[in-house]
Each structure stands twice: as structure tokens, then as C-alpha cells.
Write a protein that binds this ligand. Sequence first.
Ligand SMILES: NC(=O)c1ccc[n+]([C@@H]2O[C@H](COP(=O)([O-])OP(=O)(O)OC[C@H]3O[C@@H](n4cnc5c(N)ncnc54)[C@H](O)[C@@H]3O)[C@@H](O)[C@H]2O)c1
Length: 315
Amino acid sequence: MQSKSKLIFVTGGLGFIGKHFVKRCLDMGHFVTNVDMVNYAADRFANEVFKKHNNYRHLEEDIAELGHLPESDFLVNFAAESHVDNSIANSRQFCHSNVIGVQRLLELTRAKSAAGAPHFIQISTDEVYGDIVEGRHRESDPLRPSNPYSSTKAAADMLVFGWARTFGLRYNIVRMTNNYGLNQYPEKLIPKSALRMRRGLPALLQGDGSYVRSWLHVEDAIDAILTIMQKGESNTVYNVHGKCELPNKDVVLKIADILGVPEKDAYVLIPNRVGQDVRYSLDDARIRALGWKSVRDFDKELKTVAMEDDFKRFL
Ligand SMILES: NC(=O)c1ccc[n+]([C@@H]2O[C@H](COP(=O)([O-])OP(=O)(O)OC[C@H]3O[C@@H](n4cnc5c(N)ncnc54)[C@H](O)[C@@H]3O)[C@@H](O)[C@H]2O)c1
């Protein structure tokens, strides 16, 4: 992607990562069409702010039912059901949005002439590889998802491969670790723990809290996606690893420390997630070779979230 204005078709651009991406694209002068059906995790407040830009358009539609793909240089697909615990309770909407939705987007892309089809960027996750006790997953590793959420995301990656081989799709798949940052819906570990502690309640830690995740600041994630759009090799998967790998318990204790909550009041243990993944970790040498690396400091950014996020837009 050169620096001149592009037409960018974003899906799920009112979700946590998508809205940071939309904001950056609008600031860069790109024209953004954002298809977001506005589910429970969508940020309506962000949409009102975006609508003040004349290079922004929102379509409140379901990607699985989308009838038309406007002319665009890139299609960046963030739209998905994204919370593992919800997928364990009921997987139906995950199959609908994360699999049928991607199939619909691929078909709409295929219907364009080769020259008119957008470059397809599928936003994926470290969870498609399943867990890894030691070492790091590389892009060539097999996909062994552990839960309904990650299974649907792995299925979507597979659809992209199939459409590339059979129909000549131009694509990149971006597999990122856990994102965190300001204005995330408070169902994920960091915002949920901060919100509970600020209400005088302990954080809820699944199992014994020893499960390790890699934390990627959302602005580092946006830098990574833009780097791939600008310099990435077409039809290639890129892993994107966070700057900090920690057990969930350590993350919760850091939040408690920031908020002045004594350790004894910081958390309670709750029954473990069924199929809990022990650790995720990615080898991201491929994207580092493009000049990207995760730079935001975890302790500093965690403090910003814990102290400044008021979650009012979701409550
Ligand atoms: N959050 C993370 O830590 C993380 C890490 C790696 C990858 N990802 C992936 O990044 C993407 C974005 O994640 P997020 O955390 O921003 O998600 P999110 O749940 O915060 O937001 C998802 C957005 O997509 C929209 N959406 C859902 N289904 C839709 C549909 N069928 N049609 C149109 N819009 C729909 C929702 O309204 C919402 O605004 C997802 O694909 C997710 O799998 C997330």
C-alpha cells in the first residue's frame, strides 16, 4: 500500500481492534467503508466520532448476508465473534460470522474481475495453532485449534487458502496474539479485571491462573497490519507476537498493584475453562524482517488502561 489515499473496505470496524484500525486509516486520509452489524461488543460512540469524517461510511449489515462489495483496494476482515467463553456456551453465531461470513466475503471478492478484486486481509489469531508448552509456533505449523472460537478462526484461514489456490485470491492472513489497550469491551481479562477491581470486586481467574498469554498493544497490532498491507509478500501468513508474555495471574496482580488493591483481595479462582490452552506463543521473525516490532511498553500501557478506561461507552 503506497501512501496515497486508498479505498479500504473494513468489516467489524466498530470492534476493539477494528475501530483503532479505522481511526488510523481515516487519519491517514484513506476512504473507509465499514460494515459492522453492531453486536454487543461494538462501540457506537466510536461510530458517531467516525461519522464526522467525510471519508467514512458505515453500513449496518451482517457480512454473512452482504449483497454487494463496493470498489476497494483492500478488504480487511475484523468482523467476528471473538470471546472464547461465549463460543463454549453457544457456537452457532461463531460459525455464522466467523465461517459463513468469511465465505460470503470471499465469494463477493471472487465475483470481481481479477483487476477489480481487493487484496484480502484476514485477521486471525494465535489460537488457531492451539497451545504450545515450550517454544513458539511458526506460520508453517499445522492448525490444531482447541475450542469452538479458534476452530471457526482456523476454518476461515483454510477458506482463504482454498480461494487463493482455486480462484486466484490475493491475500494475507495476520495471526496475532491477545490484544489489549483502551476501550476494549470488558469481557476480556484485562478490562474485566480492571473494571471489577475498581468496583471493589476481585478479578475472576480461571483454573489456577497459570495460563500464559502474549500481550500485544492494539496500536502495535495496527502498525503490524499496515506494515503487511504496505510491504508484505502477497499470499503469505504473518504471525504477530506481543511484547510481553505472562501468566494470567501475574497480569491480574499487576492491575491490583496499579489500583492499590492488596493481593489478598485481588482475585478469586473460578472453575477452569473447558479445553483451556496452557500457553500461546508465536515466532514472528517473518514480520520483523519487514521492519515491524512490538514497541509499546506493557507496564506503562496496562497502567493507562487500568487507571483511565471508564468503560462508559459499554455500560
Ligand atoms: N481481541 C484479541 O485479542 C484478538 C487477538 C487476535 C485476533 N483477533 C481477531 O481480531 C478480530 C477483531 O477482534 P476484536 O477483539 O476487535 O473483536 P470484537 O468482538 O471487539 O469486535 C468484533 C466486531 O465485529 C462485528 N461483527 C461481528 N460479527 C459480525 C457480522 N457477522 N457482520 C458484521 N459485523 C460483525 C461486531 O459488531 C463487532 O463490532 C477478530 O477477527 C478476532 O478473531 C482478536
